[in-house]
Design a protein around this ligand. Structure first.
Ligand SMILES: [Zn+2]
Ligand SMILES: [Zn+2]
Ligand SMILES: [Zn+2]
Length: 358
């Protein structure tokens, strides 16, 4: 059983792996060759190589764990947290500890062996994002969990491992992640001060300035944030104020898939197929308990978004030690390169009428 441990200085929780603990030698040989396609457990026809599916999109009504799916969600074979058991919150002297309970799911985004989500159709991305929404809404019903983090790793430097088949992951945790809490606290402070949503204000200002906006479609804006930590860092933000990704409207979801596809194609063109991470920041689960008081203005003050980080630089001692990041490309320049990218006309996706969103 892994253990969650809380750093008493800043409140950061870590997961201590107690089984299959890695030795120094496990970290050395990291230049793995990608698995040949035949070894891929995520391709159609290889359903038996994964655990039993949790969810699937099957237009043809085919049976579970059989071919015929468009999107398939399975438990991770290397879960960071375990689904069975109770949290067992306790103290070890001054330290807070609980059992490593959570859910770790893999969303396989296509039955074909395609490595980069940029090469999916907007329809496939749409189905994969809708699967994520539906899984998050389902995990919210489990009273042990407070958050579900959706993320995507592409390329081995970004943590995708040896299997190059496009997929995203969901990890539900019994605590709200520190990075999310910091954002929640920051947006709440802004709201207390101004009675406005920080991200709504940010969207208005960026739309007026236009220098960091990469795409401005009917429902979604893609921009390089003012204080980007990394070169070509991007945010995808819904224009309609909404704290909760799982409560997106159908037209917003369709637009998100189209913009996501375009942005990934632009990154692929401008940066020659870079590794990247994408992650979703949405409101924590807030169904129950007196704790809701802490986030009582969350519906008004928080605004979900996706952060996309191409992995072009390495985080080193200064960043780890200080929390400062050194970004060698101003976001205004990143945005300009991405806007001007000459993506293949065949890949162009209609993203709706700009005027609707303004
Ligand atoms: Zn595959
Ligand atoms: Zn807002
Ligand atoms: Zn964020």
């Amino acid at each position: 059983m892994p253990e969650l441990r809380k750093d008493p200085l800043i409140g950061r929780w870590v997961i201590i792996a107690t089984e299959r603990a890695k030795r120094p030698v496990d970290f050395i040989a990291s230049h793995d060759e990608p698995l040949p396609q035949g070894g891929c457990p995520f391709c159609e026809g290889s359903e038996a190589k994964t655990a039993k599916e949790i969810f699937a999109v099957r237009a043809d009504g085919s049976a579970a764990d059989q071919p015929g799916w468009q999107v398939r969600v399975v438990p991770s074979i290397k879960p960071v947290l375990r689904i069975e058991g109770e949290l067992n919150r306790r103290g070890k002297g001054m330290y807070d500890v609980m059992d490593g309970i959570g859910a770790h799911e893999v969303i396989v985004e296509t039955p074909q062996h395609i490595d980069n989500a940029a090469d999916l159709t907007a329809e496939q991305l749409h189905a994969a994002l809708r699967a994520a929404m539906s899984r998050i809404a389902d995990l919210e019903r489990d009273p042990r969990f407070r958050y579900a983090l959706w993320f995507k790793n592409y390329g081995s430097t970004a943590g995708a491992g040896r299997i190059q088949h496009t997929r995203s992951q969901l990890i539900a945790t019994p605590v709200t992640p520190l990075r999310v809490k910091e954002e929640l606290a920051g947006t709440r402070r802004y709201y207390e001060d101004k009675e406005r949503c920080l991200i709504c204000d940010l969207l208005r200002q960026e739309r007026d300035a236009q220098v960091r906006v990469v795409m401005d479609s009917a429902h979604i804006m893609a921009l390089c944030p003012f204080a980007s930590r990394f070169p070509f860092e991007l945010w995808l933000v819904p224009k309609r104020h909404n704290c909760d990704f799982a409560r997106m409207q159908p037209e917003e979801l369709g637009d998100l898939a189209a913009v996501f596809k375009q942005i990934l194609s632009r990154l692929k063109t401008v940066l020659d197929d870079p590794p990247y991470n994408a992650l979703l920041h949405t409101a924590p689960f807030r169904r129950q308990r007196g704790k809701i008081g802490r986030w009582k203005t969350i519906e008004e003050d928080y605004h979900w978004h996706i952060e996309l980080i191409p992995r072009l630089t390495r985080v080193a001692g200064f960043e780890w030690g200080s929390g400062f990041y050194i970004n060698p490309t101003p976001p205004e320049e990143s945005a300009k390169y991405l806007r001007e990218a000459d993506i293949d006309a065949g890949e162009h996706v209609e993203t709706g009428d700009r005027r609707q969103g303004t």
